[in-house]
Write a protein that binds this ligand. Structure first.
Ligand SMILES: *Cc1c(COP(=O)(O)O)cnc(C)c1O
Length: 359
């Protein structure tokens, strides 16, 4: 009897599954997933532990979290959408706006989830190469918008290269994009930004009716494991996004953790400031060593290791530091435990001469 395989959409059959940063052994530092090295604050753990109705479904729209966020950003609760991570919202936005024949424009290299988000929606990716300094080339992105474009994703600071988009660049870009094209400003690392020229999405929502801003509790708030992200934007767009969501995916525990974290934001942001100081120190030292490190405004730094990326990643691993390698471009290293900094810098120093010879 001949067995036929079930039909898989051809573009899905060749789509790689999400590749997680290597899980580190107990002794190694896992600096491959831009996670927050600090454990949750005590009150956050207790708020999660108080949610014990595992036999009940959670509040489907996370209204309590939306209400607090709406209040803080001066919006209505309908202008806030909460989902299991902002990656889920990217999928929802792509499905709500784009299908076969439609194009979604984004910078490249950028967040590794973007190509899959587009393909799963059935749409086509238009990738616009970054500038040599690792920042978005917004002029080229604007030029890539056609009458087939339904959505543009702008990632600031850009994961994995690090630079921000400035307010001036973003406003000039928005002036050229038709208001029928959705612009998604992915601000997963907004809390780490210290550059005063950076764009901030939420104050611009009033000005641009085609703008949606994405934020997350995964990075600065240290809740990556509980899966909570949110979008700010026009109510009718978020209504369409909710229609594309898998219902009931944000757990009561995730909602409780988000609420408790917002209450303790001051303490959390002190930790974020500490990580930003550590980041700036690492960047300064790496540049001193001779590395051409792009501006780093998230909780990670980018080493342009080029063709030597695999060798360099192995050297870090041998030293007990798990990094994220993007062959053949470079390596992204998260700002993590203080104890990892010296080894990180020593390893980078041992590689830099080799790389300059290799180039
Ligand atoms: C980490 C990250 C996200 C969000 O991840 P979630 O955990 O799904 O909220 C979104 N965009 C970028 C660019 C990221 O690096």
């Amino acid at each position: 009897m001949s067995e036929q395989r079930v039909y898989i959409r051809p573009e899905i059959a060749i789509l790689p599954a999400y590749k997680q940063g290597r899980q580190a052994s107990a002794e190694a530092f896992k600096l491959s997933s831009n996670e927050n090295p600090f454990p949750p604050l005590p009150g956050v753990v207790e708020a999660v532990q108080a949610q014990t109705s595992y036999n009940r479904y959670p509040d489907a729209t996370a209204l309590a979290v939306r209400a607090v966020l709406a209040n803080r950003f001066g919006l209505t609760a309908d202008e806030v959408h909460v989902a299991p991570g902002s990656v889920a919202i990217l999928h929802e936005l792509a499905r709500a706006t784009s299908g076969p024949g439609d194009e979604i424009v984004y910078a490249w290299r950028s967040f590794e989830a973007y190509p899959g988000v587009v393909t799963v929606a059935g749409a086509t990716s238009v990738q616009v190469p970054n500038r040599p300094d690792g920042g978005h080339d917004l002029d080229a992105m604007a030029a890539a918008v056609t009458d087939r474009t339904r959505m543009v994703i702008v990632c600031t600071p850009n994961n994995p290269t690090g630079p921000i988009v400035t307010a001036a660049e973003f406003e000039a870009f928005m002036a050229t994009v038709p208001s029928s094209v959705l612009v998604v400003l992915d601000e997963a690392y907004a809390e780490f930004v210290t550059d005063e020229s950076a764009v901030h999405g939420h104050p611009l929502l009033e000005r641009y009716p085609n703008l949606v801003v994405l934020r997350t509790f995964s990075k600065a708030y240290g809740l990556a494991g509980l899966r909570v992200g949110y979008a700010l934007g026009p109510a009718y767009v978020l209504e369409a996004v909710r229609a594309c969501a898998i219902p009931l995916s944000v757990t009561a525990q995730g909602q409780a953790a988000a609420l408790a974290s917002l209450e303790r934001e001051g303490e959390l942001l002190e930790r974020v400031a500490e990580l930003a100081v550590q980041r700036d120190h690492i960047v300064a030292e790496l540049r001193e060593q001779g590395w051409a490190v792009p501006d780093a405004q998230g909780n990670f730094v980018w080493l342009p290791t080029g063709e030597r990326t695999a060798v360099a990643a192995t050297a870090f691993e041998d030293a007990g530091i798990i990094v994220r390698a993007f062959h053949p471009e470079g390596i992204r290293i998260s700002i993590g435990e203080h104890e990892a900094v010296e080894t990180l810098l020593e390893t980078a120093r041992s590689l830099v001469g080799d790389l300059q010879v290799a180039d």
